[in-house]
Design a protein around this ligand. Structure first.
Ligand SMILES: Cc1cc2nc3c(=O)[nH]c(=O)nc-3n(C[C@H](O)[C@H](O)[C@H](O)COP(=O)(O)OP(=O)(O)OC[C@H]3O[C@@H](n4cnc5c(N)ncnc54)[C@H](O)[C@@H]3O)c2cc1C
Length: 468
């Protein structure tokens, strides 16, 4: 028997819902507004729009069948994984009412291939589960981010997620050996063989990495794992200025073996985290800038870190260090809880940008002026992955639909040779500014690729390329 949501609706939608229920099971077609609601608003609360229905296929052939039947009805599809994306790419735009395809049931998790250090994993598996599976097999999955309990592998491939350890291991792209995906015409491409060497033409898997659901629906991924690094040390340094953080991070990169993370935050963000999370202040006095670093290896990396800190002879710096898991987690909380602490202030404009490292301190100084010029009453909180020249510019105050501050900050970034999206992607939030980071020739190629793979523009309309 079909659920109550199917009853009393007019037009083609009930038919499609009935059709799809036959493919994925009735409980996996959500038509009623209250069941759809959690899928229709993004993590930030800034982006939302109604879906015609939410469909949760449990296998690749079901995804392909859903895509084919939606295409027959001319219904666009928005793909959603864990819905932790921060640029509005995984939720419907107002007025479009697409079918929202959720990947949460694509939870295939194969045995780790211990000889190769590889693993095939379904798109709906969360980062946390992937990390646990790798750890159990004596390996590690080295991409890490604070949304690990909800973010999915498929979403991370689609956004080419970066996170905390890019400085050592690179972003998601570097861990992807192959992808299985459903294209807009319902065909399946599958490159899950795990070959380390395979020079047979265009790399379709890598084309899908960072495509934000506009070219295909990722259903499974062949992942490269890294050797386990069980010994870790975390240090939090209070420093006089951003430029000092850049300098110390660069010295660590050159000289300390196993540098895995180099993160930056400021006193105002730290105050917010301390208040929001009820944590004690990490140091006995306040500092203008904080650098958090983690080093890891098979052997204890502390000595190398201490030697460097002694050599650097930072008379004006304060340091807190932890090697035990609880102590490390305690120090990481000051950085990792920034996102949720900022969200507690209101709906933020999240501008994730990168600039050349030698321009980072200057950018940090100038962005304060630009934000206070564009939105004088706004609260600005900055933090980021300093090792990658990546700052998260969070502005709370301007209404969701007032993009003056976004425009000013992104133009400053472009003027300084940076990227308007370092790691979160373009989504809907930044589609109108893509030309600040991409030339007209590049955009023409991107549109040609989109046209070749999704000529009717049915996958994630409005995301990345806007109204191409
Ligand atoms: C607290 C917090 C911390 C974060 N920290 C970081 C960070 O450090 N680094 C970072 O890079 N990001 C970070 N993010 C952003 C987010 O976690 C990543 O973008 C993540 O990759 C999104 O995964 P998801 O499964 O939630 O994708 P969703 O939000 O569901 O979707 C994101 C995009 O991918 C598409 N998509 C999802 N699944 C698929 C699929 N199977 N096939 C094709 N397209 C798909 C969607 O259509 C959408 O365009 C953070 C978010 C939060 C809330």
């Amino acid at each position: 028997m079909l659920g109550a949501g199917f009853v009393g609706k007019d037009g083609p939608m009930p038919d499609l819902a009935r059709d799809l229920a036959a493919v994925v099971g009735e409980t996996n077609v959500l038509v009623e507004p209250d069941l759809r609601a959690p899928f229709e608003t993004d993590w930030t609360g800034r982006f939302h729009g109604p879906a015609l229905m939410v469909v949760r296929p449990g296998a690749t052939d079901e995804v392909a069948e859903v895509v084919r039947r939606a295409a027959d009805e001319g219904v666009p599809i928005v793909v959603q994984g864990g819905n932790t994306g921060l640029v509005g790419g995984g939720v419907p735009a107002p007025g479009v009412a697409p079918l929202l395809l959720s990947t949460v049931r694509l939870t295939r998790l194969d045995q780790v291939d211990t000889a190769a250090g590889q693993l095939t994993v379904g798109a709906g598996v969360t980062l946390g589960r992937l990390q646990e599976a790798a750890d159990r097999a004596g390996w590690t999955f080295p991409v890490d981010l604070a949304a690990r309990d909800s973010a999915t592998v498929g979403g991370m491939v689609a956004t080419n997620a970066g996170g905390l350890k890019v400085v050592r291991y690179g972003p998601m792209r570097s861990q992807v050996l192959g992808v299985e995906a459903v294209l807009a015409n319902g065909t399946v491409i599958s490159r899950l063989g795990g070959l380390m060497k395979d020079n047979t033409g265009y790399d379709l898997s890598q084309l899908l990495v960072g495509s934000e659901g506009t070219l295909g629906i990722v259903t499974a991924v062949r992942i490269r794992l890294a050797p386990s690094q069980p010994e870790k040390v975390v240090a939090l340094l209070g420093l006089p200025a951003t430029a000092d953080c850049v300098e110390v991070a660069a010295a660590m990169r050159r000289r300390v073996e196993g540098l895995e993370a180099a993160e930056l935050f400021f006193q105002d963000g730290l105050d917010l985290v301390v208040r929001h999370a009820g944590l004690p202040a990490p140091m006995s006095r306040e500092w203008p800038a904080y650098l958090l670093v983690e080093c890891a290896g098979a052997a204890d990396p502390s000595e190398g870190l201490f030697e460097l800190l002694a050599d650097l002879d930072l008379p004006e710096a304060a340091t807190a260090v932890a090697t035990d898991p609880a102590g490390r987690q305690r120090l990481w909380a000051y950085r990792e809880r920034h996102t949720e602490a900022i969200a507690s202030l209101g709906v933020p404009h999240k501008l994730d940008v990168s600039v050349p490292l030698d321009a980072l301190a200057d950018f940090e100084r100038r962005v304060h002026g630009v934000v206070s010029g564009a939105a004088p009453a706004a609260t600005l909180v900055l933090f980021g992955h300093i090792g990658d020249g990546n700052l998260h510019v969070n502005v709370v105050g301007p209404p969701d639909d007032n993009e003056t501050v976004d425009d000013s900050v992104l133009r400053l970034v472009a003027d300084m040779g940076g990227s308007i999206s370092a790691e979160h992607g373009v989504g809907r939030a930044k589609a109108r500014w893509l030309s600040l980071s991409r030339t007209e020739s590049e955009l023409a190629v991107m549109r040609a690729v989109k046209t070749a793979l999704d000529p009717s523009g049915r996958f994630n309309p409005g995301v990345l390329l806007g109204d191409w």
